[in-house]
Design a protein around this ligand. Structure first.
Ligand code: HGY
Ligand code: MN
Ligand code: MN
Length: 409
């Protein structure tokens, strides 16, 4: 049995890493996902935790019988295409290492503790982020989730069935939600906010509002060589104008906007495209700024489409309102982590997280581990071993405080 953070980390790190890019391709219900889920189940069982799969495919490893007022920690193991090693796994490995440390310290929990791995946090394969927690909390209907399809047309329901789960059971899980007394997620910081703070670990104050919109620019396929420019209904120029408009709108409204995924049909060198399908990811510190930026981008897309005789259809694929973490829990963690005299820094994030989705239903908090470059969602994502260990110690101290808190009943 591997012991401690380093052994656990070294066991997990090779799984799902692409040998040429060094990035991770751990997509829900794929081969790499099956490997990391098996790794988790074994590592949890090695620490005396009882592993269960909930109706939505999330993995729960229980220390003590599953029950009310549980202290829950964990994160996700799925990645964006060619993502980094830390986004998600740091919270899962850190949670297992923290449980091991609690056991080493001889901590006797007054309430159940669970380590959880949520499914489809990135939405990289099925398009909706934090799908596992949105299903548990009812933030997405089981019908919509079941019908979400990947690029090959395989639905969430079909993928779940192939993984041996009953897709008819997916949906809200009030009984499971009722067991959660508090959820704490350890996660690499995905910006540079901690770099000059002098602290290896910070505490989340909020998650920015953010959403994903799909835009379909549909024109007329035609011959690249024989079709005069004036005769074209080419969807590419309005798409290109929209990309530039997204950048301008983000800068104007203090938002961030990204178009990182584009499908061109028929994707031929010598054919005017029939359709350009693009996804906008937009976020801002507040809902008004986000709305203003998205409206400006949408207006630019419509203007460009009309000018080129192209039709435009847009779909909001996901939207997450601003999340403000409960201040009492936030400040309690900041003191535990940094000490009463110099509490850990408190900071917002532009990244979405399962803790943010759960915060609407249960007390939730996040601990961030310093990211020296601020790079994330890329193979270069990194946190130093010392800072990772500081994160595990911080999580262990927080869990020790929470799990020994006498349960009223
Ligand atoms: O995209 C995000 O904000 C997160 O990494 N799921
Ligand atoms: Mn991520
Ligand atoms: Mn993440």
């Amino acid at each position: 049995m591997s012991t401690g953070f380093d052994d656990l980390w070294n066991d997990l790190v090779p799984l799902g890493r692409h040998r040429s890019t060094g990035g991770y391709r751990r997509f829900s219900w794929g081969a790499a996902d099956a490997e990391v889920r098996a790794w988790f189940a074994e590592a949890a069982a090695d620490r005396g935790l009882k592993v269960e799969t909930d109706r939505n495919g999330n993995l729960w490893a229980w220390w003590g019988r599953p029950g009310p007022k549980a202290v829950v920690t964990g994160s996700h193991l799925d990645s964006v295409p060619d993502g980094g090693a830390f986004d998600g796994p740091l919270g899962v490995v850190g949670a297992l290492a923290a449980v091991e440390e609690l056991q080493r310290r001889g901590v006797r929990p007054e309430r159940p503790l669970a380590v959880v791995v949520f499914v489809e946090e990135e939405g990289a394969r099925f398009g909706v982020p934090c799908l596992g927690t949105r299903l548990i909390t009812g933030a997405i209907t089981p019908e919509r989730a079941a019908g979400l399809a990947d690029a090959d047309g395989i639905t969430w329901a079909a993928a779940l069935e192939r993984a041996g789960l009953d897709s008819a059971r997916i949906g809200p899980d009030p009984e499971l939600l009722g067991r959660i007394g508090v959820f704490v997620e350890l996660h690499i910081e995905q910006g540079r906010a901690l770099v000059h703070s002098g602290h290896a670990v910070g505490v989340a104050s909020a998650v920015w509002p953010h959403g994903r919109w799909r835009m379909d620019f549909s024109g007329q396929a035609d011959h690249a060589g024989t079709t005069r420019m004036a005769d074209r209904n080419d969807p590419m120029p309005p798409f290109a104008e929209t990309v530039l408009a997204a950048r301008a709108a983000a800068e104007e409204h203090g938002a961030v906007a990204t178009i990182g995924k584009v499908h061109v049909a028929p994707n031929g060198t010598n054919a005017v495209p029939s359709r350009v399908r693009a996804w906008l990811d937009a976020r801002a510190p507040d809902e008004a700024a986000l709305r203003a930026a998205v409206d400006a981008i949408d207006a630019a897309a419509r203007r460009g489409s009309a000018a080129h005789g192209v039709s435009l259809a847009t779909y909001q694929e996901s939207y997450t309102p601003v999340v403000t973490f409960e201040s009492g829990l936030r400040d309690r963690l900041a003191e535990i982590v940094g000490g009463r005299a110099a509490p850990a820094p408190v900071l917002p994030t532009g990244a979405g997280h399962d803790a943010g989705v759960l915060a609407g239903a249960v007390p939730a908090a996040m601990l961030f581990v310093r990211n020296p470059t601020g790079i994330s969602h890329a193979p270069e994502e990194y946190a130093t071993p010392a800072d990772c260990r500081a994160g595990v110690t911080a999580l262990t101290d927080v869990l020790a405080d929470l799990v020994t808190e006498k349960s009223e009943d």
